[in-house]
Structures are given as C-alpha cells and as structure tokens.
Design a protein around this ligand. Sequence first.
Ligand code: UDP
Length: 451
Amino acid sequence: NDRGPLKVLFLSADTGGGHRASAESLAAQFLRHFPGSTYDLLDVWTPCGVYPWKTLVDSYTHMSAHPRQWRFFFHTSNMFLSEKGADWHSNLFCGKGIRKRIIEYDPDVVVCVHPAMTGSPSYQLARLSKKLGKHVPFYTVVTDLGTAHATWFRSKRCDKIYVASDRIKKLAKRRGRFPDNKIVEAGLPIRQAFADEEEKLGDRTSEAGRAYQASVRKELDIDTDRQMVLVMGGGEGVGGLETIVDELYTQFMKDGITASIYVVCGRNEKLKESLASKDWSALLTQERKTRKRDRVARIFKGGKKAEGETPTSADETAKGDVKVVGLGFVTKMAEYMVGADVLVSKAGPGTIAEAACVGLPVMMTSFLPGQEAGNVDVVLENNFGEYNDKPVEISEIVSGWLQNPELLAEMSKNAKSVGRPHAAEEIVIDIGTCANAWKSLDSGAGRMSDL
Ligand code: UDP
C-alpha cells in the first residue's frame, strides 16, 4: 500500500521559527496523504548533555541577536575541516544517545529539516538499519532559500535531498557531491494554509482578489478602508522592530497615508507592551535626531535622556491617519499576509517563501550574515522587494510603495511567480511513497524495539 500509514521522525530544533514551521507543514501533509501516520519532532542535541551540542538553541538565540558573532561562527563552521571535526566529535560523544532516541521512536522514515542534524544522525540511523537488516530511509529537506550552510549536505546516507532553488541545488552538488537523481528541486515547504489562501485570493490586484482580501481583513478585525503594513522580525521578534515602527508611523503621518501597521512581536512581550503604551502623537513632535538620542539613552540605561524638543511643525504637517497594533505570536500568518499590502521583515527564508506565495511585496530590513544573505538576492533578483537596514530609509521606501499602486501590483505579480505553495505536499508524497515501498520490501525485518 503506497499510501499506508507511516511513523515519521522529524529532526529539528527551535533555532528560529522556520525549521519547526517547515516540519509542521510536512507533518500535516503526511496526515493528509498517508492517513493514520504519526510523527514526532526530535532535537537530538539539546538533551544530549555534551558541550557544545547541548547549547545549540541558546547559542543560536544569542548569536542571531549579535550578527557579527553569528557571521564569525557561520563562516568558520562552513569549512570542510570544521564539518568533518563536528561529525567526528558528535558521533564519538553523542552517537549512543542519538541511537537510543531513534530506537525509542522506532520510525519508518526520518526527515531532517535542520542543518545540524544531517551527518551524525544519518550515520547512526544507518548503523541501526544495518543491525535490523532493513533500510530505514533518511531524507533531508533544506529549509533555506537562497544559500545554505555546508552541514546541510553532510549526509552521504541520505536517500534524497529536497531543495528550494537552483542556487541550493548547485551547492548540494558542489558541497555534498550529491548526484542529480538524489536532488529534488521542490520549493520551500510552507503550511497548507498558504496554498489554501493563495487559491482563494488569486491575483490580489484583481477585483475578486481585493474582495477576498477585504473579507479576510474583516475576519481578523483589520480596517478595510486603510492600507495595511505587516511588520515582523522572525520567530524571536528580533531586528530593531520598534525603531522601524516609529519611523513608519511618522513617515506615513507626514505623507498623509491612511494605514494600519500590524507588528508581529512573536515572543517579544516587551515590544508588544511598549507599542501598546506609546504616546504616538508625542512621537510626531520629535525630530528624527532627537528620537535617535532617546533610543540611545534607552539602550544605555542611566545615560542622559534627551530632553523633549520644542514641538516642531511636524505636528501641523502630519496629515495621515495611522494605527499601530502589536500582535503576539501569530498562528494565522497566511491570513495576515493576505490582509497586508506590504511586508516589512527580516530576510527569513520561510517568511519570504510565504510572502511570495500570496503575492506580497517585501521590504527586507535585516538578514543573518551567511545563511540569509542569499534570501535577499532571491527577492532582489525577482523584483518583489528591496533591502535596506536604515529605519528612516525603510519608512520612506515603504511610504513610496503605498502611494504607488501600479508598483505594488507589479511587485505582487513578480512575487507570485516565485511562490511554490504546494511544495510541502509534493515533497511528502514523494517521501511517503518511497518510504512505503521500503517498508513493504523489508516487511519481514524486525522493529527497532527488538534491538
Ligand atoms: N511565524 C509565525 N508566527 C509568528 C512569527 C513567525 O507563524 O508570530 C512563522 C513565519 O510564518 C515563518 C517562521 O515563523 O514560517 C519564521 O521562519 P523564517 O525562516 O522566516 O525565520 P527564522 O525565524 O527561522 O529565522
């Protein structure tokens, strides 16, 4: 039965929100297309107790907020000797623990969606398979868009590797020596909600598209008579969001724009509270220079806080009508992206792939050196957004977009041409069919629990 139920083990970790989001999107497709399947998500490193592996999530959280440290780490670990050393070290000190955890779940198939979990786990799985006298397939699904760390390609025992772009396919061949028949270019797996929303929205610039957008906005309690800008900074809510929001607000007010700014604060409660309690009209009376001084004073607590400026003419010239709303962790991301006219975000691969599916132009405001640099290129090369890391310039550009519906429509069309809303479904049907074939071929072999 090539659509029979499977026990699927995903290898991932909460370094950012993208890996989990991809795993969940794939898991949902297993449940849809291979009814009765079960799945679990395993982070092999956090519970392993061995330094530095056990600190993976905390180190990433720290370094993603300190891009220079991240750049150093990314490039030094992206070298052949470091890769080899890491595999050797992890196999030696963590191998037994990894095997134990895999045995506990006893999977029919292992799907890796994290670059740090290809080498050693696939080696340990191959050892277990050999002992059992059956093949338990291992697949890697690369959740990066424009570029990828070499550790994604460490598994020589990988049955197939799924990539999102031609650029990553080239890397898989060069860095992983994968033959063509093992690489599948399928797009980045995103949640089914994006495929559903994309189908209902169609062309967001058409009359039907606009009507659908209005209905989604109503459902989310977003004003339908204002333009909507969605601001986000990745799963952790990083990336200097507050400064960007301040500047967007001021610029829109000056330019006479009627808009709402929805800010996805993720797990950043402090930002949400700060947005809710802010005196927005006071912001208008301050010149940008003063606001900058205020922010510096805020950062270096105890520093001399800038005195309030004499109210400037900004108050009088402010003609817009702008509303700012802080959101916590958003579960209805597809709907919010349909409701938005522009996305302002860090260049996270998942976020960009999702925006592309629903034809949403993207203003990128930051990226993690190394792994996210290629995402910026994907957006720029396909003309559905811009990159700028200066809040004042970001706000000027976005304001310009909102005043230029033709440009927004053009960018939306370009974004849609890049979107792959059905990637997760295609990947899972391929993996599940192969895994079921292996399962029936080896039906006489024992289960891992017998080991
Ligand atoms: N996300 C979400 N709700 C939020 C914030 C983020 O569902 O409130 C999702 C977002 O839709 C995307 C993922 O988290 O799927 C972020 O992944 P990305 O690859 O863009 O960045 P990462 O956080 O992994 O660096």
